[in-house]
Design a protein. Structure first.
Length: 296
């Protein structure tokens, strides 16, 4: 039988209570490492932030966060879009002189569109990739006077509709997630877009040009888009309470309207009270005589 292990209890200073009941985890060597530390008043928002930043996911990865000494730091993120179109196959065949001809196409519902974050990049590496992409574009002789930003905007605009919509939803989600404070305004922009192919081998397969005049090459089975987005602070305010909220049903003049409405009601009531005093009229209780009412 194993020898009993001693468990040490955590003693908190007077007036400080643990956020959760104290727990101890014992190693196989009998070393007791307490898991609960001294915690002070923590509200729900702070607890939510701490849980997202301090605690890793099941794979052991922690969330990226900007340090307190760099609140206006520019942030880069790498994302990957993989897209596979629905397969096409002949569903009807006809044989003429022993030669089969396809008459009708059948679409197989096996397409997919995935959006995944690429966490194996640090901030300096992503910044260098963006800088190198701009330099490589500017070094080309056939740029035809277009800037890198304009060329990027054109390429994003001409993406297929489902790919464009998926990236647009990503940008909208990042805007909502990073603009919940009333003191800072942040914006996200696409700064790098590279179209490639999902690779399972060291080299890509050799493809022949297809079509009547062989002008276009065969499309890859799975397309891959490498994207870098940049988030940066564009506006701040030091006013008390930050920027004010409004929506489609809000009334910025509600205080003025309420005051004027109360004053009008008060004047209306005082007018009738003055008239009643002059006429000597007093409103008494309304009594209904029910003695002569026939019962049915």
């Amino acid at each position: 039988m194993d020898a009993p292990r001693e468990v040490k209890h955590v003693i908190y200073p007077e007036g400080l209570l643990p956020l959760t009941p104290s727990r101890s985890s014992l190693s196989e060597d009998g070393d007791d490492a307490t898991m609960a530390g001294i915690t002070r008043d923590i509200d729900d928002d702070s607890l939510s932030v701490l849980s997202m930043v301090s605690y890793p996911d099941p794979a052991g990865r922690k969330g990226f966060t900007v340090t307190d000494d760099e609140p206006a730091k520019t942030v880069f993120e790498a994302w990957e879009v993989t897209h596979g179109e629905d397969s096409m196959d002949w569903s009807t065949w006809k044989s003429i002189c022993g030669i089969k001809f396809g008459l009708r196409w059948k679409t197989l519902d096996d397409g997919f569109l995935n959006l995944n974050p690429l966490s194996a990049y640090d901030q300096g590496e992503l910044a260098d990739l963006y800088t190198n992409a701009v330099r490589e574009y500017e070094a080309k002789a056939h740029k035809k006077g277009k800037s890198y930003a304009q060329d990027l905007a054109n390429r994003v605009f001409h993406l297929e509709a489902d790919i464009y919509n998926r990236i647009q939803h990503l940008m909208e989600d990042k805007m909502r997630a990073t603009n919940k404070t009333p003191f800072r305004r942040r914006e996200w922009r696409i700064v790098v877009l590279e179209e490639g192919e999902f690779q399972m081998t060291d080299l890509l397969p050799q493809r022949k040009k297809k079509g009547l005049f062989r002008r276009h090459r065969e499309k890859p089975a799975v397309s891959r888009f490498f994207i870098i987005i940049r988030g940066e602070e564009v506006k701040t305010t030091k006013e008390g309470g930050g920027w004010r909220l409004f929506n489609r049903h809000s009334n910025p003049w509600w205080r003025i309207d309420s005051r004027e409405t109360l004053e009008a009601r008060r004047e209306h009531r005082e007018h009738f009270e003055k008239v009643n005093r002059k006429l000597g009229l007093r409103r008494g209780p309304i009594v209904r005589d029910m003695t002569n009412v026939r019962r049915i």
